[in-house]
Design a protein around this ligand. Structure first.
Ligand SMILES: [Zn+2]
Length: 230
């Protein structure tokens, strides 16, 4: 009986924690929707793209809409999602044929994490995907000039750090140097945002090649032990 009560209390505490995370996440999503910091840099907040018609899923960004598990052990941070033209053309959802996403699925599968294609319905997501820049670049397609440095500052300072603190993953994997710098900058900042929770001990690794290595060995190790990699 006592065990049942203890289990019940533990379950309640877990439910409260999940509810609290959801509330804080939705507050962050609303803050992102209102953000205009990158407007003068010719980047577009998805909430301002075609009057926000595709920004209605309640997620921090279009990549998180695909994988947005707030309790994930693994967080993957990309540089930016793509252009405004690509976003409109695909109605705010990734293409299933996108080469980066195909590779990520294969790499995740190599460490026994299976995720569905972006356009397939899924009951729940296994990991948390996000971008260091949440705004959309001008133009069409996925490639183009790197967004200006200040956009990394704007989006990462306001949104990446709170996401890492909220999800509190065991491992953060970044794709490319810019995403790595943004995440690293977040983890080394001395100032704590309001709420004051500390940075999780996540292992940080970057670059497409090291990304492969990371998912095959270091991330697997980090996910198993929860310890930061050297
Ligand atoms: Zn921005």
């Amino acid at each position: 009986m006592i065990d049942i009560e203890r289990d019940y209390t533990a379950q309640n505490r877990q439910d409260d924690c999940s509810r609290d995370k959801q509330v804080r996440y939705f507050e962050l999503v609303e803050k992102r929707k209102q953000c205009g910091q990158c407007k003068d840099l010719k980047l577009t907040n998805p909430s301002k793209c075609d009057e926000g018609v595709y920004d209605i899923q309640g997620h921090i960004g279009p990549w998180t809409q695909w994988q947005g598990n707030l309790n994930a052990d693994l967080m993957i941070v990309g540089q930016d999602w793509g252009s405004k033209g690509y976003y409109i053309e695909n109605e705010g959802v990734e293409k299933d044929t996108n080469a980066t996403n195909r590779t990520i699925r294969e790499l995740l599968s190599s460490i026994d994490i299976q995720i569905a294609l972006p356009n397939l319905a899924q009951r729940e997501s296994a990991v948390f995907f996000t971008n260091s820049i949440l705004c959309l670049r001008p133009g069409n397609g996925l490639t183009g000039p790197t967004p200006p440095a200040s956009s990394f500052d704007n989006c990462s300072k306001s949104f990446l750090r709170p996401q890492i603190e909220l999800v509190n993953p065991k491992v953060v994997v970044t794709l490319g140097h810019k995403a790595y710098s943004s995440a690293d900058d977040c983890s080394s900042r001395g100032d704590h945002p309001s709420g004051g929770s500390h940075m999780p001990h996540s292992s940080l690794s970057s670059g497409p090649l090291r990304f492969t290595d990371t998912l095959n060995s270091r991330a697997k190790e980090g996910l198993a032990t929860g310890e930061a990699c050297p």
